[in-house]
Design a protein around this ligand. Structure first.
Ligand code: FEO
Length: 396
């Protein structure tokens, strides 16, 4: 499949409807994804990004139906993770001398992945590649989300090829933002931001300000995953600015794992306490062993506060909570309140362990938390309810 984006740009990527996890098992992709690759034709022909390795043969075969590969004058690799560079070995076997335009960091990354010394042309912000009546201008986008990431801007058509930034893991044959379901689109866009871009929020803000200051028109944003922003394309840029500034909704999220439902009952008592003092706040509960980890991260990202519970097991905490705390710590969420809770039968370390982890993750722990021996009795449930009341008032 290929389709025209306008008279000079064609999409030649791959929609991956089956994909259910990405980055190994690190990111769930309930709605699949796409690897967007673009063919730009002027006096010169440019290929921007490729597709993930498993689709390399199919991609190159399809590309041959679009163009004689030897007529590709330049390849641009905006980012070298294998979901974008994965077809390079297959492609470069056919056209080994074609120059590959990318950042200095991308050269290291591509060589690291494929151990080939192709004809790299290193570019930096402001460099231009003339392709006839138009230029492609390069803008480094370091740490959005890798050290090698960059954007390419096509003058004349005013298209920003943003690679991962502004993308979503979202398979759709419709391929344009104005044609797809808006709830699905924004659900995938915010999940992508929360799980991938949160640690780089300060850089997102700076980069957007830098691009806005360039004062160039943007008619379309062609991302490397999901749909193309065509109608009011800057809406996603505005959203990113909002999301980058410690974005929060009026929400509190309670996450826990539980062995015999004791810790679960504690979480529910906390929720009831929050609701009693703050009936308008959204309260969401997730069992970390049952709900999708990346959906939970998205809810944590949206929350003003997070309560984390686990039974004590072997002087530690349950593995699903440990995994979630590790992920949360890596994402560096800012400006969120937190506390811990959990039941135990012997030693009861879980609340202290979680509290320490929450502090390490940068949360403001506003209470020492609640421990309950065995199945929580009314007194323990009352303590949970009180903890919830305290959060409800604090979050008003
Ligand atoms: Fe879509 Fe960072 O790769």
């Amino acid at each position: 499949m290929s389709f025209k984006i306008n008279d000079s740009v064609k999409w030649v990527g791959k929609i991956d409807w089956e994909l259910r996890t990405f980055h190994g098992e690190e990111y769930s992709t309930h709605r699949g994804s796409s690897y967007n690759s673009y063919l730009v034709q002027d006096e010169k022909t440019v290929l921007i990004d490729t597709v993930w390795t498993p689709f390399a043969k199919e991609y190159v075969a399809n590309l041959k139906k679009e163009i004689d590969l030897h007529k590709i004058d330049y390849i641009i690799i905006n980012h070298a993770e294998p979901d974008h560079s994965g077809a390079l070995p297959e492609l470069m076997r056919e056209i080994p001398n074609t120059p590959i335009y990318c950042t200095a960091n991308a050269v290291k990354s591509i060589k690291g992945h494929y151990h080939q010394d192709w004809n790299f042309v290193v570019v930096k912000t402001g460099d231009k590649l003339n392709i006839g009546s138009k230029d492609i201008v390069f803008i480094e986008a370091r740490m959005l989300h890798w050290p090698d990431s960059m954007f390419s801007y096509l003058t004349g058509d005013s298209i920003l090829f943003s690679n991962d930034a502004f993308g979503q893991h979202y398979a759709s044959e419709l391929m344009f933002n104005d044609l797809v379901d808006q709830t699905e689109l924004y659900q995938e866009a915010i999940k992508y931001y929360a799980n991938i871009l949160t640690p780089f929020s300060k850089l997102v803000e700076k980069k957007i300000e830098e691009v806005v200051a360039m004062n160039v028109p943007v008619s379309m944003i062609c991302t490397s995953h999901g749909i193309i922003w065509r109608e009011n394309p800057l809406q996603i840029v505005t959203k990113y600015m909002e999301w980058a500034k410690d974005y929060q909704e009026n929400q509190v999220t309670i996450i826990y794992d539980t062995m015999w439902d004791a810790t679960k009952k504690m979480g529910e008592a906390i929720a009831a306490g929050i609701k009693s003092t703050n009936p308008n706040i959204a309260i969401k509960l997730y069992n970390t062993a049952k709900a999708d980890k990346n959906d939970i991260i998205t809810e944590v990202y949206k929350s003003k506060a997070v309560l984390v519970g686990s039974s004590t097991i072997n002087k530690g905490i349950l593995h699903s909570v440990a995994g979630m705390l590790e992920q949360i710590k890596g994402l560096g969420f800012k400006n969120k309140k937190a506390a811990a809770f959990g039941s135990y039968g012997w030693s009861g370390e879980s609340v202290q362990i979680i509290t320490e982890e929450l502090k390490k993750a940068g949360f403001e722990v506003i209470d020492n938390g609640v421990k309950a021996l065995w199945n929580p009795d009314q007194e323990s449930l009352d303590k949970c309810y009180e903890l919830g009341k305290q959060f409800g008032i604090t979050l008003k």
